[in-house]
Every structure is written in structure tokens, then in C-alpha cells.
Design a protein around this ligand. Sequence first.
Ligand code: 0WD
Length: 255
Amino acid sequence: MDLSGKTYVVMGVANKRSIAWGAARALDKMGATLVFTILGERFRKELDKLLVDLEGDHDIIVECDVTSDEDVAKAFKEIGEKTNGIDGVLHAIAFADKNELTGGFSETSRDGFKMALDISAYSLTIVSKYAKEIMNENGSIVTMTYLGGERAMPNYNVMGVAKAALDASVRYLAYDLGEQGIRVNAVSAGPIRTLSSSAVGEFKTILKEIAERAPLKRNVDQLEVGNTVAFLLSDLSSGMTGEVLHVDSGYHIMA
Ligand code: 0WD
């Protein structure tokens, strides 16, 4: 797939294991120009180190904490000024307090609920609000979700509720932005060992279950997820919006 001439914003690279980094590698290989947003200054060094391995020059890195309206507005304004508009955004951001990702869901705290839903679900809406202002024709927004938003899964708890809200947001944003030609879709990734997923209780057991029970009898990796993200960001998926595509070795079809 040739994505030269396209510019995409990648949000959520924390380190080399991040799904966003898998997507960045895929998009870079296809010739796209990338703009990165990082949570804070402390992530810049890590990203600078990673960028050396990419083929293209992707030199726009903008700080953006999605819990701040001003940060999101400022980040996309800056990106708009430094590019000729963007062709899409990958939103690969989520957070919940570790204490909420183990034990009983009924013990979820109000603050823990608010924070998980704010960072992991609402952020897609505010990102879309400002991204649409600088989006070129036929733009595409992609977010990352998980099966725990469709089904009850041990320990995923409040993050499952956040992913359900995120999935619904994808549909409402797709409906809202469709008239402007902007598509909004999600990739539901199988479990992958990253900084975020390590917070989920008994994560190892989940990986083992996929390897035993999924049709492909193995887990997926960041690059496989990244390739599907690239497809959804590209014009190859021009007829798709409001969709959730599973990249999980087929695990979601199993009873
Ligand atoms: O098994 C997995 N790893 C799966 C992850 C399976 C299915 C879906 N996903 C989703 C996650 O829920 C998330 O939405 O994929 C997305 C990316 O997650 P990841 O790649 O697994 O995790 P990670 O490498 O930790 O990146 C998430 C990043 C943060 O990293 P840290 O570890 O620092 O929390 O989200 C960013 C941050 O870079 N982030 C924020 N960015 C802006 N503002 C904020 C914030 N307030 N909070 C977290």
C-alpha cells in the first residue's frame, strides 16, 4: 500500500511496545508522513530514540494530555500550522488506575470510573472535534478498542465499560462526521504485552487462553494491528465507517 503524500497524527506512543508504535512502523513503511503527540516531555527522549529506526523524517512531535481541553485544542492548532492539513488520526490512548483492573467490578470507585472514561473514551470525542478542523478531504479517525467492551472479562472491569463507551462514540462520531466525509472506525486488538496491558490483572492467563482457543492458535503482534490501522486510515477502506474490526486471531468468534 502506498501512503506517500498522506499525513497522519499518531497519538499514544509510550515506548517500543506500544500499539501506536506498531502502527507508526506500518505507516512509515508505506511512505506516510507522521506527526506524533506525546503525553508529556518525558516521552520525547524515548520517541526520539525510536524515530531513528523509521525510514521517513517525521519531525513534528507535539505534547498533548487528552485530559486537558486546552492541550488538545493547542496541539491540533499547532499541527495544522506545521502541516498542509492531516489525512487522519490514530487515537491509541487509554488509562485506568491499576487498582481498578483487578478484583470485583462493584468495588470500582467514582474517581476511578471518571478517570478511565475520561482518558479512554471521552478523549476520542475531543480529539475528533479539533482534528476535524484541520482534516483534508476524506479524512479518517481510528481508535483502539478491546473485546472487554463487548463481553464481561475477568479483571478488565472499568476499562471494559470505557471501551463500550468508546465503541459507541465511534458510531456517534461516524454519524456526526460522515457528512464532512470523515470516517471513524476502531480496531479491536487481541491482547498484546505493553505498558498499559501489564496493569490488567492476570494478563498472562489471557495471552495463554488466546494461544489455546483462538482459531489461529496464537497471539497477534503490534505490526499486525498496525497494518489494519493503516488500512482503515487509508482510502482502501473508503466505504467503511462506524465499524469495529477485530485483529485478534479470530478469538471473538469463539463461544
Ligand atoms: O493488549 C493490549 N495492549 C490492547 C490494547 C488490546 C486492545 C486494545 N488496546 C488499546 C488500549 O486500551 C489503548 O487504547 O490500545 C491502546 C494503546 O494501548 P497500548 O499500546 O497497549 O499501551 P501503551 O503503550 O501503554 O500506550 C497507551 C498510552 C500511554 O501510555 P502510558 O503507559 O504512559 O499510560 O496512552 C497514552 C500514553 O502515552 N496516554 C495518554 N495520552 C495523552 N493524554 C494519556 C493522557 N492523559 N494517558 C495515557
